[in-house]
Design a protein around this ligand. Structure first.
Ligand code: G
Ligand code: G
Ligand code: MN
Ligand code: NA
Length: 250
């Protein structure tokens, strides 16, 4: 309850910041994109864990304003990166329920002059839960703007496969729980291989999350995963550090 109260004024008090975690081409090792990740530092509570405050921001609807802020700030940062480096931003179900998500995205792109095809939006399957036609319509409109749509945390939900023929996703991000016990686990191998075959059949490209070792990266590359994200490459870093990572990679 105290946390909820503190969250209310956090945007105005400038307590949020954005970290950027690279997504790396598993063949070339080059950075392809960065995912924007929200952080909150409260003057007394210190750094609050995103898994703690993001659900709260969704419940209270505060995520709508915060989400618009992230979109604008992250697009502004990305507009200064080289042309071939993309930005990925998470969208929550509450943002879909609020009116104006499409115009918020359009405004962020126009204002920052970030080319539309360099923005990717990550959604979880909860956005399409119960064949939500309104959200499907919004996704279609977002796609019509020219942004890419990725299915995040793939494999953790209820009936993941059902969502794949509801909407033509550009990318699937395999949840890190499946990557964690590679390369040791036989089940891990089976899942990673099956998801790769499915994505290939559907013509959807794959990012593996939570890549922590080079053995995992090698196995995923071999199975057809084009991108990896995780501590092996980099933890989430500040905008300045992200620019240095881009510099080193070139
Ligand atoms: O890396 P991190 O601990 O920040 O991620 C925790 C969770 O918070 C992840 O599920 C991530 O998708 C989510 N998250 C991080 N930033 C944002 C954001 O800007 N918007 C939304 N909706 N979720 C976010
Ligand atoms: O749900 P989403 O994938 O958007 O959130 C990404 C979350 O995963 C963030 O909390 C981020 O800090 C965390 N993360 C990123 N890379 C790794 C990793 O290699 N290992 C683990 N355990 N967590 C990671
Ligand atoms: Mn994500
Ligand atoms: Na994820």
């Amino acid at each position: 309850q105290a946390l909820k109260l503190a969250l209310h004024g956090a945007l105005k008090r400038d307590e949020f910041s954005i970290l950027y975690q690279p997504m790396v081409d598993l063949s070339s090792g080059r950075i392809r994109a960065f995912e924007a990740l929200l952080r909150w530092r409260h003057p007394e509570l210190g750094a609050v864990c995103p898994t703690e405050f993001i659900p709260l921001a969704e419940e209270t609807g505060l995520i709508v304003g915060i989400g618009a802020w992230i979109l604008r700030e992250a697009c502004r940062a990305a507009s200064r990166w080289p042309d071939d480096i993309c930005l990925s931003v998470n969208l929550s179900p509450a943002q879909f329920r609020s009116a104006g998500l499409v115009s918020t995205v359009r405004a962020a792109l126009t204002e920052t002059q970030l080319p539309t095809d360099r923005l990717q939006l990550e959604i979880t399957e909860s956005v399409l839960l119960r064949e939500n036609r309104a959200n499907l319509q919004i996704l279609t409109e977002l796609r019509r703007l020219g942004v890419k749509i990725a299915l995040d945390d793939f494999g953790t939900g209820y009936s993941s496969l059902g969502y794949l023929h509801q909407f033509p996703f550009d990318k699937i991000k395999l949840d890190r729980s499946f990557v964690q016990n590679l390369p040791g686990s036989r089940e891990g191998h089976a899942i990673v291989t099956a998801v790769a075959a499915m994505a290939q059949g559907l013509g959807i490209s794959l990012t593996a999350e939570g890549v922590e070792t080079s053995a995992q990266a090698a196995l995923l590359r071999e199975r057809g995963y084009s991108e990896g994200q995780g501590y092996l490459f980099s933890e989430p870093v500040s905008e300045g550090q992200a620019r240095r990572l881009i510099g080193h990679a070139m």
